[in-house]
Design a protein around this ligand. Structure first.
Ligand SMILES: C[S@@+](CC[C@H](N)C(=O)[O-])C[C@H]1O[C@@H](n2cnc3c(N)ncnc32)[C@H](O)[C@@H]1O
Length: 228
């Protein structure tokens, strides 16, 4: 960032392009604030995911793109003896999630990894459940990611994607910069192309939210799929 860009950021706030880049991979001095804003805006989506995951005692669960990891302690309480994993593209977010989750990490119940969902450092069949929230917009080509998901899921495992609909996302101008957005039928087609069968969809109608200066009533989809 050159000095002029820095001054603009300081006095006028981030451009839509800068914000989109932060949401794709929070980084640098803005990362902490971006993580906190996501926590405030996205709690209802986490609750939607937990309700859909159908967790049983002892399951292995991977979250792709957990950001600052605020919600791992709540996830850990949803069943006995869950083994939790988080994989995030942002080193800054992995660092923040590590600082927030000292207890789960030291007990060995949680592992946090820096990496990308199209090349995951996990064994075949490692997980009963994989989920991600507000991440699929950044998969420029979703197929390598879905291919990896099929590899790391156990037989009987599921992949749950939580995403805001295209009509909701379009209300946020920064989504014009590098986001791929979906309505339910679009994501179902992508799942099929990637070798998954859609099991069920829950539509979440959230209360009005304010996200970085934009107020709107978002609609989100919780879509549970299993390998075909
Ligand atoms: C918009 S944030 C969403 C954070 C959180 N899930 C939420 O909804 O509040 C997207 C997160 O996914 C991560 N991410 C993006 N692409 C990824 C990929 N291919 N593999 C792993 N993490 C990814 C980003 O670094 C960021 O932390």
């Amino acid at each position: 960032m050159n000095p002029l860009q820095f001054l603009r950021l300081l006095f006028k706030g981030p451009t839509h392009q800068q914000l989109a880049a932060q949401l794709r991979r929070p980084h640098g001095f803005m990362a902490g604030k971006v993580g906190e804003r996501m926590n405030a805006a996205n709690r209802a989506l986490y609750e939607g995911a937990w309700n859909a995951l159908d967790l049983r005692d002892g399951m292995s669960v991977l979250e792709i793109g957990p950001g600052n990891g605020l919600f791992f302690p709540e996830l850990a309480s949803k069943a006995q003896g869950l083994k939790l994993f988080g994989l995030d593209l942002s080193e800054d977010m992995v660092r923040e999630a590590t600082a927030r989750n000292a207890r789960l990490l030291s007990s060995g119940q949680l592992q946090l990894v820096h990496g990308t969902s199209d090349r995951m450092p996990f064994a075949d069949g490692a997980f009963d459940r994989v989920f991600c929230i507000n991440v699929v917009y950044f998969w420029d080509d979703p197929l390598p990611h879905l291919h990896e998901l099929r590899r790391v899921l156990r037989p009987g495992g599921t992949f749950t994607a939580v995403l805001r609909t295209r009509s909701s996302m379009e209300k946020m101008p920064f989504t014009a910069f590098g986001f791929t957005t979906y309505e339910q039928a679009d994501w179902e087609r992508v799942l099929q192309a990637g070798g998954f069968t859609l099991q069920r969809t829950t539509v979440l109608r959230e209360p009005e939210i304010e996200f970085l200066g934009v107020r709107f009533v978002p609609e989100s989809l919780v879509m549970v799929a299993s390998p075909a």
